[in-house]
Design a protein around this ligand. Structure first.
Ligand code: HEM
Length: 378
């Protein structure tokens, strides 16, 4: 394996996909989602990405920001804990609570065990993950069949899940890709929200609005004031949350949820004088640039201009990767996080009970003590 470090290396890996290298995911992931996006390359990958991205294009986002708002409100009201309710509702339009809770049960087992050593002894991680994955796939398959039947009855609203560029996705592709979207979105989003809460909860006196970090709060309260009671958020509201997104961007930089990803050499090639043989795995990590003071001086300072205007040096701020295999969920994620932040800022102030709580990665980041916070209603 070769480890690639720095913006030039990132650029090389991101821009040579399909040419010298391709994405590579661990065999456990490949085995559980044989017909999903990480398994395909070139034009086929582009086609599949295009189809999957319809669930996050502007039209789709316009339609689901109010749903996100409702889900966030219900979630906060009832039980403030991680559930994959939102992803289920958006990607597969699953609203029935029975479906959601059945999926949640299996998904929990699947997620905890998806990255594992390939052993198949009863009781081990590897043994339970495929069973949970199959149970989820069965649920998704049932729903996909109902949607296909609805599509046959010309229900246009469901069409885009299955169809693009004149070609339908097969049932196995739909099932495996929905599982992939749930996998890729659930823990990453939860980890990011947790780290944002931790970061804000540790800001001294941040509710007194004495620091530039607090511009996001003013922005949020302006949006609250602009709404009638009960009126739900729209996509346009999330687009006004510029400072709030800068806070999220800072957290993505200080605690990137994904600490790296792989490529695989598809031919022998030379990089920086080293021969990389075909088949070698190539690793890149956002840490190598986003933690480098040469690109991000005064890392702890809140400076919204870092991400606006000309922005950071190309290929340095890469929490979502880059190039044709960049994270597919970026546009979807933005309103999810902002809507959630809006809902908590509207109701609560909070502070961390364990100052400077350590963050551990397994494989995603989480506060080592579970982030106990003191919540107070406004
Ligand atoms: C904090 C949240 C997230 C972070 C930091 C993140 C980061 C990443 C990174 C670093 C990659 C690898 C890119 C590469 O190999 O160059 C990736 C891939 C991917 N992400 Fe995300 N992600 C997040 C959320 C999401 C969400 C919400 C979704 C789904 C809606 C999603 C779907 C995907 C998919 C499908 C891929 C594979 C793309 C491909 O192979 O073409 N991600 N993500």
């Amino acid at each position: 394996m070769a480890v690639f470090v720095g913006p030039v290396a990132n650029k090389f890996l991101f821009t040579n996909v399909n040419n010298l290298l391709n994405v590579w995911w661990p065999p456990s992931v490949k085995k559980l989602m044989r017909f999903s996006l990480p398994q395909v390359v070139g034009d086929e990958a582009m086609r599949m990405r295009q189809i999957l991205m319809t669930s996050a294009d502007r039209d789709a986002r316009k339609n689901y920001v109010d749903r996100m708002d409702l889900v966030a409100q219900n979630h906060i009201r009832t039980h403030w804990e991680g559930k994959q309710e939102l992803s289920c509702r958006i990607f597969a339009s699953i609203d029935e609570p029975v479906h959601i809770s059945r999926l949640a049960y299996h998904f929990d087992i699947f997620l905890k065990r998806v990255i594992h050593f390939p052993t198949n002894l009863p009781g081990t991680t590897c043994y339970r993950a495929p069973k949970a994955a199959n149970a989820i796939k069965e649920e998704i398959r049932l729903i996909a069949r109902q949607r296909r039947a609805a599509l046959d009855k010309k229900m246009e609203s469901h069409k885009k899940i299955f169809y693009s560029s004149g070609k339908f996705l097969s049932e196995s592709e739909i099932v495996d890709n929905l599982l992939l979207l749930l996998l890729a979105s659930h823990d990453t989003t939860t980890a990011l929200i947790t780290c944002v809460m931790m970061y804000l909860g540790e800001l001294p006196e941040y509710f007194l609005q004495t620091t530039i970090d607090c511009l996001w709060l003013t922005e949020q309260s302006d949006i609250t004031k602009s709404k009638e009671p009960g009126e739900l958020l729209k996509l346009e509201d999330t687009q006004k949350m510029r400072y709030s997104w800068s806070v999220v961007s800072k957290v993505l930089r200080l605690i990137p949820p994904i600490i790296g990803a792989f490529r695989e050499a598809v031919v022998d090639f030379t990089y920086a004088g080293y021969i990389i043989p075909k088949g070698w795995k190539l690793y890149w990590s956002p840490d190598t640039t986003i933690k480098d003071p040469a690109y991000f001086p005064n890392a702890e300072d809140f400076d919204p201009s870092r991400y606006g205007g000309a922005g950071p040096v190309p290929y340095t701020y890469v929490p979502f990767g880059g190039g044709p295999r960049m994270c597919l969920g970026y546009e979807y994620l933005k309103p999810v996080i902002l809507v959630f932040l809006h809902n908590i800022a509207k109701r609560f102030k909070w502070d961390s009970l364990i100052p400077d709580e350590k963050v551990t990665y397994n494989p995603l980041p989480s506060p080592s003590q579970g982030l106990p916070i003191r919540l107070q209603l406004h």
